[in-house]
Design a protein around this ligand. Structure first.
Ligand code: NDP
Length: 311
């Protein structure tokens, strides 16, 4: 297998990865970034970002990531397509396999692999994948203009996706398993005041039906103990917005993670328990998960990498 030696390997190309690259590039670490399955990360699936400092009028998610990419390249970052498919952090230099066919030997590694949308785990989600099931309203909403869709979840993501879909679809059901929304007040109000959105509290989606694609959802409404009602609601699209899973699987045998899989770092730093290996952004952040906090931890990781290499 082909082997390449690099000083600073950054895995992932979201705000954490690119910010780490900007700092590492300016510190002459000649960073190499592997962009992963979704170059630019989760923000490339968002429309408007209104809370990233420095953009008083907001900025499109893909546009923000394009700017970050160019800024990283300006300081000599080598950005490549490819997925890290295996890791060996047992000895230095650390080894990361790319696409199962090439090994990068790195003196220091910044893991910025982010998180991936979760699914309910229904067989029907697989059966109708790409045929009415989606975990990204901003990616796929366009296909549901003037149609009826359901969004599952009660957090900020679910509310945001329901509001976005309501601007395209004729009707949006928001399926919430609890009797309340977990989302922030402002997002709750936006959803509750939107005439096109019907919030269905204490409901669970248990299956989908349809001949060629999704034509409806099987729902269960919980009404107290051992009392439930089952019925079907016709829909054209089924959107998941129930949270994310950190992309840490290949590192789990070397690094500590919490029960969900978020990489544990020394509090207040991106240091993992392996010297020279740092974790930044959503893969190590179950709490904030914002673009700006990811960018900040990417910056910290690059500064740590630089200091580590100087030692
Ligand atoms: P959250 O974890 O906040 O919410 C997940 C939602 O999905 C909850 O309502 C949860 O229900 C529900 N859920 C989880 N599993 C299931 C299941 N198996 N069946 C049915 N429902 C399920 O995730 P989000 O992605 O919404 O948000 C993640 C973080 O990102 C949060 O901190 C959020 O504030 C932030 N965010 C901020 C935005 C903004 O500020 N513009 C936009 C989007 C996200 P339950 O409540 O019962 O656990």
């Amino acid at each position: 297998m082909e082997i390449e030696k690099v000083k600073c390997l950054i895995i992932g190309s979201g705000p954490a990865g690119y910010t780490a690259a900007i700092y590492a590039g300016r510190a002459n670490l000649a960073p190499v970034v592997y962009a992963g399955l979704q170059p630019g990360g989760q923000l490339t699936t968002t429309t408007e970002v209104e809370n990233f400092p420095g953009y008083p009028a907001g900025i499109g998610g893909p546009e923000l990531m394009e700017d970050l990419r160019r800024q990283a390249e300006r300081f000599g970052t080598d950005i490549r397509y490819g997925m890290a498919t295996a890791a060996d952090l047992s000895a230095k230099p650390y080894k990361i396999t790319i696409d199962g066919e090439k090994v990068i030997e790195a003196e220091t590694i910044i893991i910025a692999t982010g998180a991936t949308a979760k699914y309910l785990g229904l067989e029907d989600e697989k059966k109708y994948a790409g045929m009415g099931v989606s975990a990204c309203a901003t990616c796929d909403g366009f296909f549901y203009r003037k149609k009826v869709v359901a969004v599952v979840g009660g957090g900020d993501t679910a509310c945001e996706e329901a509001s976005y879909l309501a601007s395209l679809a004729s009707k949006v059901y928001l399926i919430v398993r609890k009797p309340y929304l977990r989302a922030s007040k402002v997002m709750q109000e936006r959803v509750m005041s939107n005439e096109k959105i019907e919030v269905m509290f204490e409901h669970n989606a248990v299956g989908l039906y349809g001949e060629k694609g999704v034509e409806g959802v099987h729902l269960v409404k919980h009404m107290g103990e051992a009392n439930e009602e089952r019925y079907d609601v016709p829909i054209d699209g089924f959107f998941l917005a129930i949270g994310h899973k950190p992309n840490s699987d290949i590192f789990k045998s070397y690094l500590d993670t919490d029960e969900v899989g978020y990489i544990l770092t020394e509090p207040g730093t991106p240091r993992t328990k392996v010297p020279g290996v740092f974790a930044a952004g959503d893969v190590a952040d179950p709490h904030y998960r914002q673009a700006i906090t990811a960018a900040a931890s990417g910056c910290m990781a690059a500064i740590e990498a630089e200091r580590y290499l100087q030692q």
